[in-house]
Design a protein around this ligand. Structure first.
Ligand code: GLC
Length: 478
């Protein structure tokens, strides 16, 4: 289908089947912020917790996102400001990290990254090409009008794209469309009133659009992942149509809010939004093929396809100060993935490499554990859809069950890392001719229907696992 540059045409774009089937991707936040690699961190507290427990200003001062280093550094009294002064000297400019990053990043081995992501069981990768600091990880033909050399001479985007595709995965690209701290110098010290930091100039709009188009035509990304919003001057219908026509299997995430003050003061703009009940955060506009909630729990099946993104810790960029308790274990990743897939979601799990491309052990371990589990249970994840009648259950032993469907098969993924000899799912009635197996074991386990529920005797050979899957073939007759 050829898409026209109209809202009616581009809104017809379906979510490509590969994206529905893929379920698990790897996000990569790597750039100048990886040199200091530091942010405030509090045990068990995500950015949302910190914002909800404090206020819109404190939340920015104690921002746990290490990739926001430059902005947090600009906020008087922030912990990042203290760390920076102590480590680099208070007068060391953020742009000074460019020379260090370009030296360190020479050591990055894209093939090693791609192999790790494949071993993790990921089916796609989304790499940050330009984050809010404005530094480009590829030698862009569209140079930054404010800082023309603020870009990598080494084509880090192109090299990782080639390596990821060579490992059989799809490659997506992230671009920070509306925030660029080379254009706007003041700190974003409020977690709500972002629109005042949108770059409103025509010069920036032309730059942002030219780079987005360059990324599309140069790398043909399977995922176009824009963040924080997009210049109000740009015709998104034309951009989306061009992308879909250039990358037929392409998919677009949601964060394209186009807002401008249009001559109003920020207060006038915000009070108008608040009267309309609109939040002033940027993710509100859900254009694109799917939504991308971040550090939030999704408890039911949303109307649109969705992809949850989060770090393995509480940051996207590498954070040497991350509280050790904040790192997800393999079990955490597996349980999150099963839960999200049962509700029609994907998980985009972020890896934050160090400046030299090394990835800390606390991030590698859960990736490999997830890959080992998927090697046994992957058929209950990849290529499945959700069970429209019921997405989850609780066993008689009190363990959560996440359901997925593939054809006439119902998969019951039991989130239990200390299983006993048998498991009962009350209320789960299966057809008499159904075939019950447990992934990773041979033959048919003993099972019985009693009191309207299913009890399965778990095969000895199952051994210790973070979760296990009961496969019920012939469950669906429709
Ligand atoms: C938020 C953060 C940004 C991060 C993105 C990833 O927009 O501000 O740092 O890159 O989420 O989802």
């Amino acid at each position: 289908m050829k898409y026209e540059p109209t809202r009616e045409s581009v809104d017809q774009h379906p979510v490509p089947q590969w994206f529905n089937d893929a379920k698990f991707g790897i996000f990569i936040h790597w750039g100048l912020y990886s040199v200091p690699g530091w942010a405030y961190s509090e045990k068990g507290k995500s950015i949302r917790d910190i914002h909800e427990e404090t206020d819109e200003f404190t939340g920015q001062t104690y921002n746990p996102y290490a990739e926001w280093y430059q902005n947090t550094l600009r906020i008087e009294g922030s912990p990042t400001q203290a760390f920076h002064a102590e480590t680099y000297g208070k007068d060391f400019p953020y742009s000074g990290f460019q020379e260090i990053f370009e030296k360190e990043s020479q050591k990055m081995d894209p093939k090693a990254w791609a192999e790790l992501f494949r071993k993790a069981g990921a089916k796609y990768v989304v790499m940050v090409t330009k984050h809010h600091d404005g530094y480009c990880l590829w030698p862009s033909e569209n140079k930054n009008p404010k800082q023309p050399e603020y870009q990598s001479k080494r084509d880090l985007v192109g090299e990782l794209t080639d390596a990821v595709r060579a490992e059989g995965m799809k490659m997506g690209l992230y671009y920070s469309g509306i925030l660029d701290w080379t254009f706007k110098k003041g700190p974003m010290n409020s977690a709500m009133r972002w629109v005042d930091h949108y770059i409103a100039s025509d010069e920036y709009a032309a730059y942002s659009l030219a780079q987005t188009e360059e990324l599309i035509h140069r790398y043909h990304p399977a995922v176009l992942w824009n963040d924080m919003g997009y210049p109000a001057q740009c015709d998104l219908n034309a951009l989306f149509a061009d992308y879909y026509n250039t990358v037929p299997e392409g998919v677009i995430s949601e964060r394209w809010t186009q807002r401008s003050l249009d001559g109003r003061t920020l207060e006038e703009y915000v009070s108008e939004l608040e009267k309309k009940g609109e939040v002033t955060r940027t993710e509100g506009e859900s254009r694109g093929d799917y939504t991308c909630p971040e550090y939030v729990d999704i408890t039911s099946v949303p109307a649109k396809k969705w992809e949850s993104c989060r770090g393995i810790g509480m940051a996207f960029g590498y954070n040497r100060n991350e509280d050790p308790a904040n790192f997800m274990t393999g079990k955490d990743v597996i349980w999150s993935l099963a839960d999200m897939v049962s509700k029609n979601g994907n998980l985009l799990l972020n890896v934050g490499p160090c400046a030299d491309g090394t990835i800390q052990e606390e991030q590698i371990r859960p990736l490999l554990e997830t890959g080992e589990w998927l090697a046994v249970n992957g058929d209950a994840i990849y290529g499945t859809t959700y069970w429209t009648e019921k997405q989850e259950d609780v066993t008689a032993e009190g363990k959560k069950v996440c359901y997925t469907r593939k054809g006439d098969v119902l998969n019951a993924i039991v989130l239990d890392d200390a299983h006993g000899k048998e498991v009962t799912i009350p209320g789960l009635q299966i057809p008499a001719d159904a075939k019950v197996t447990v992934y990773g074991t041979a033959g048919t386990p003993e099972y019985r229907m009693e009191n309207g529920g299913l009890t399965v005797c778990l095969p000895e050979e199952m051994g210790k696992t973070s979760a296990y899957t009961i496969r019920i073939e012939g469950f669906f007759k429709d």
